[in-house]
Design a protein around this ligand. Structure first.
Ligand code: SF4
Length: 472
C-alpha cells in the first residue's frame, strides 16, 4: 500500500494501485466478510431493528434542527459540574486550544484513545511539532502510529495488517524479538503503553456522544485504553464535533445498541465511559481537570445545507465501509483522507471542498448497500448523487460532447412523445445496423461494458398492454 498517495485528488490513481494488490483485497474481503456476517446475525436477532434505526434518524433530525439549543444546554450542564468548555471554529483553533491547556499543565506526553476528529484536525502532527509526544493507545491506532501511516478504516485502523506485519513493526520500532503470536504481540503493546499511561500528564479522547441533559460525554471502546486515558493523567481533554450532541440518556440507549452492532458486531461494547466531571472529593482516581473542545470545522456550513445536512447524522460506525464493494477492493488509504468509503466520499468534499474531493463521489457503484446498512438510515447514495451533480456543474469537469449529449437527453427525456418517437427510431436503426444481434460499440464506454440491445417492445407499450388486459 505504500505506493498509494495519501491525497484525495489522487483517488483514481490510487484505485489502480490497489486493484493490482491482490493481497490487500484478500485481507480486506476476509475482514469485511467476517464483521458483516456477525453483524447480520445480531441484527436478525435484535427485535425492532428497523424501528431503532428510524428512532436514531429522528433523534438526529430533531437535534440538528435545534443544535444551538442543545449545545448551549450541554455547555451549561457540563460547566455546572466543573468541566471547562471551549469552542473551536476550525482545526487550527482546536489544536491551539489543546496546546494552551497542555502548556499550562507542563504536558510532555499525551495518551490518546482513538479519535477520528483528532485525525481530522491533524492534532498529532501539531503537537509533535511543539515538542509534545502524542501516544495512540488503541491497539490498531498504535500499530498505525508506529508504522507512520494514518488509520486505514474509521473503526479498525489496522484492518489491512497481518500479524506478520505487526510482528515486523514491533520488532523494528520497539526493539523486541520478532513474534507473530497475537497474544504475545498484545502483551508487548500492553507493557509499553502501560508506562505511557502512568507517565502521561494529559489524556485526549474523542466522544461518541455528548448528552445535553444531564451533561455528559460518552466514550465507547473495547480495550480499556479510553478508560485509562480518561482517568490516569492529571488532565483530560475531549475533542468532539458539534454534531455529536444528543438530547437525553434515553436517546443514548438507542445509539449504544446501534453503534456496537454496526461497528464491531457486538451486542454491547466492553466499556461505556460516561464522563460528567473532573475528580470529585472522595474519588479514588480521575483527572483534576476535564476540558471539552467543541469543534465546528465546517459543520455549521453543512447544517445550513438542507440537501447535505443528513451527513451530520453519521455516528462513524464504519458499516458502510465494510459493505461497500468499492472499499472492499481499494481499501481506506486510497480515499486519501481521514474518512473513507461511501460516507468518506461525502464528508471529504464537504469538509475540505469539492476541489479536493471531487473524484470521490464518483468512486461508488451506487448499489445502495451503504444506505441499506446505515444504522442511522442516512441515504448515503442520495448524498453521493447530489454531490456528483454539484461537482459536474461547479467544476465543469465533463467535456463539451458529454455536456451536449446530456442536454439533448434531458430535452428528449422530459417530452414523452418525443422520447417514444426517438426510442422507436433507435430501435429501428439498431435492428438495421446490427441485424445479427451483435452489440453496439461506443468509443471509450464499450471498453469495459456492453451496450445493451434495446428490447423489441418498449416498457411503455408492454405496460399499456398489461393495463388494458387487467382493466375490467
Ligand atoms: S454513514 Fe451510516 S453506516 Fe456509514 S459510518 Fe456513518 S453511521 Fe455508519
Amino acid at each position: 500500500m505504500s505506493r498509494v498517495i495519501l491525497d484525495s485528488r489522487y483517488f483514481y490513481q490510487n484505485v489502480r494501485v490497489s486493484l493490482d494488490d491482490s493481497a490487500l483485497q484478500n485481507a480486506l474481503r476476509k475482514a469485511c466478510d467476517e464483521v458483516l456476517g456477525k453483524r447480520a446475525a445480531l441484527v436478525a436477532s435484535t427485535p425492532h431493528w428497523e424501528e431503532l434505526r428510524r428512532a436514531a434518524h429522528r433523534i438526529k433530525e430533531h437535534t440538528l434542527a435545534r443544535l444551538d439549543y442543545y449545545l448551549l444546554q450541554l455547555e451549561k450542564n457540563l460547566e455546572a459540574q466543573g468541566v471547562r468548555v471551549h469552542w473551536a471554529e476550525n482545526a487550527e483553533e482546536a489544536c491551539t486550544e489543546i496546546l494552551t491547556i497542555a502548556r499550562k499543565h507542563n504536558v510532555w506526553t499525551a495518551v490518546k484513545s482513538k479519535s477520528m476528529t483528532s485525525e481530522e484536525v491533524g492534532l498529532n502532527a501539531f503537537l509533535e511539532g511543539r515538542k509534545i509526544r502524542p501516544v495512540e493507545t488503541d491497539l490498531g491506532e498504535y500499530i498505525q502510529q508506529l508504522s507512520g501511516e494514518p488509520p486505514f478504516h474509521i473503526v479498525t485502523p489496522a484492518m489491512h495488517r497481518t500479524r506478520q506485519d505487526v510482528g515486523r513493526i514491533f520488532a523494528e520500532k520497539l526493539g523486541v524479538d520478532y513474534t507473530e503470536d497475537p497474544e504475545a504481540l498484545t502483551q508487548i503493546a500492553r507493557r509499553t503503553l502501560r508506562r505511557d499511561f502512568l507517565s502521561a500528564e494529559m489524556g485526549i479522547t474523542g466522544a461518541n456522544f455528548a448528552v445535553a441533559d444531564p451533561g455528559l460525554i460518552g466514550v465507547v471502546e473495547n480495550e480499556g485504553n479510553a478508560r485509562l486515558s480518561t482517568t490516569a493523567p492529571r488532565v483530560h481533554v475531549v475533542l468532539m464535533g458539534i454534531e455529536k450532541v444528543i438530547p437525553t440518556l434515553e436517546d443514548l440507549r438507542v445509539f449504544l445498541n446501534l453503534l456496537s452492532i454496526s461497528s464491531t458486531a457486538q451486542r454491547l461494547p466492553c466499556y461505556v465511559n460516561l464522563i460528567r466531571s473532573p475528580r470529585q472529593e472522595g474519588d479514588r482516581d480521575g483527572p483534576e481537570e476535564v476540558h471539552v473542545v467543541l469543534l465546528d470545522n465546517g459543520r455549521s456550513r453543512i447544517l445550513a445545507d438542507p440537501a447535505m445536512r443528513s451527513s451530520l447524522y453519521c455516528i462513524r460506525c464504519g458499516a458502510c465501509l465494510n459493505v461497500c464493494p468499492v472499499f472492499q477492493r481499494v481499501g481506506g488509504h486510497a480515499y486519501g483522507w481521514v474518512y473513507q468509503g461511501p460516507i468518506g466520499s461525502v464528508l471529504t468534499p464537504l469538509y475540505r471542498g469539492l476541489e479536493y474531493g471531487y473524484q470521490l463521489p464518483f468512486g461508488s457503484s451506487l448499489c445502495g448497500a451503504c444506505a441499506e446498512i446505515c444504522p442511522v438510515a442516512i441515504d448515503v447514495n442520495h448524498l453521493l448523487v447530489e454531490l456528483r451533480a454539484r461537482i459536474q456543474s461547479g467544476l465543469n469537469t465533463s467535456g463539451l460532447l458529454e455536456r451536449l449529449a446530456f442536454r439533448v437527453w434531458s430535452f428528449v427525456a422530459s417530452r414523452p412523445r418525443l422520447y417514444r418517437a426517438g426510442a422507436l427510431l433507435v430501435r429501428v436503426a439498431q435492428s438495421l445496423a446490427l441485424p445479427r444481434r451483435r452489440h453496439l460499440r461506443l468509443p471509450v464506454w464499450s471498453r469495459t461494458r456492453t451496450f445493451p440491445k434495446l428490447a423489441r417492445r418498449s416498457f411503455y407499450r408492454r405496460w399499456r398492454q398489461l393495463a388494458d388486459q387487467l382493466s375490467p
